[in-house]
Write a protein that binds this ligand. Sequence first.
Ligand SMILES: [Zn+2]
Length: 153
Amino acid sequence: MTERELRVSKIQDGTVIDHIPGGQALNVLAILGVGRATDDTLSIGMNVPSDLMGKKDIVKIEGRELSQEEVDVLSLIAPDATINIVRDFEVVEKHRVERPEQVVGILSCPNHSCITTGNEPVESRFEVLAEGVRCHYCETIVREDITDLIGVE
Ligand SMILES: [Zn+2]
């Protein structure tokens, strides 16, 4: 790890999401629900020079770890992201995201007559395809702009 990377990772307890494709940090925040009022302490690095990726984004969240659902959706827009769990200024856990077989909750189906978008208390469920996602209930396929499905209620 270079000096610069170390400095970037300095939070006391929380999560550092690294190797996010350049320009995607705000979408990552949307996945984490940060758009809706939050008390989380965040810092964001956008278009940070990276040997591996050219440019990358980094998101650091103090005092919070990610749920599996959040990691699953994250993997759709940032397939090479690494999740670093920090405790007492040390990285105690580091792993790559993995594409799940399906994502539950978080994404909303764009089909307005889908059972998950009505008043029924049905949680959204999408199967993850090689490219894109498919609604489990109405089979609508979304290939691009998956982040547009986040937090639409
Ligand atoms: Zn649907």
